[in-house]
Design a protein around this ligand. Sequence first.
Ligand code: URA
Length: 252
Amino acid sequence: GAPPPGAARRPVPPPVKLARYLAALGYGTRKEAEALLAAGRVTTGDGRVLREGDAAPHEAIRVDGAPLDPPPGSVIALHKPAGYTTSTTDPGAVVYDLLPPRFRARDPLIAPVGRLDRDTTGLLLLTDDGALNHRLASPKRHLPKTYEVTLAEPLRGDEGALFASGTLLLHGETTPLAPATLDVLDERRVRLVLTEGRYHQVKRMFGATGNRVTALHRAAVGPVTLGDLAAGAWRVLGVDEVQALREGVARR
Ligand code: URA
């Protein structure tokens, strides 16, 4: 279900060129956006028809009566179900299939922050703020990511100490993993907090202990949690959450 666009956000300044603005938000080519304006399909919430050259804040603009998609600079939280690839182009189901079709046509694109494996569920952030995306994905910023892991075999007992040691070397790698925190939920279920995001990291960490991950779910990225977001649903992060994310990856 789509959240109310613009909920709990600061007002976005009025676009200067409406057609260009609408095209950048994925409402069509520049020509198609000009045609929307010429046809009187772009209005304010109180029904005033907007033409190229008119000024109205993002929150006030409607296309065919519907509020605009989230403004530039938004961060989206998606609850990724299993079976979807974190990609725009893969054959088969991709995470963009869960978002409004216009999201794929935006420029800049609302791009995923890192990747979750096809069979991994849980919190995937997406943003069209390229600089923020880069910082969120950077292993140097040590943004904690919380995973709930289900294992094929019972824990052997030393996993917490091994993962916390900062000395675990994954097969084929030359830099040991940064320390990670393990909480045991039961003998086959753990919560694991990582500050990196290496390829298939959680699966390879448990592979290194002779175990196998049978289900993997990301519950949180930094200060952002899934909350009660249903599988397949998404929401626009509020101002406070985006601010907390930015602070989490600010250079210290
Ligand atoms: N670690 C994995 O192995 N897979 C993911 O999707 C995320 C972290």
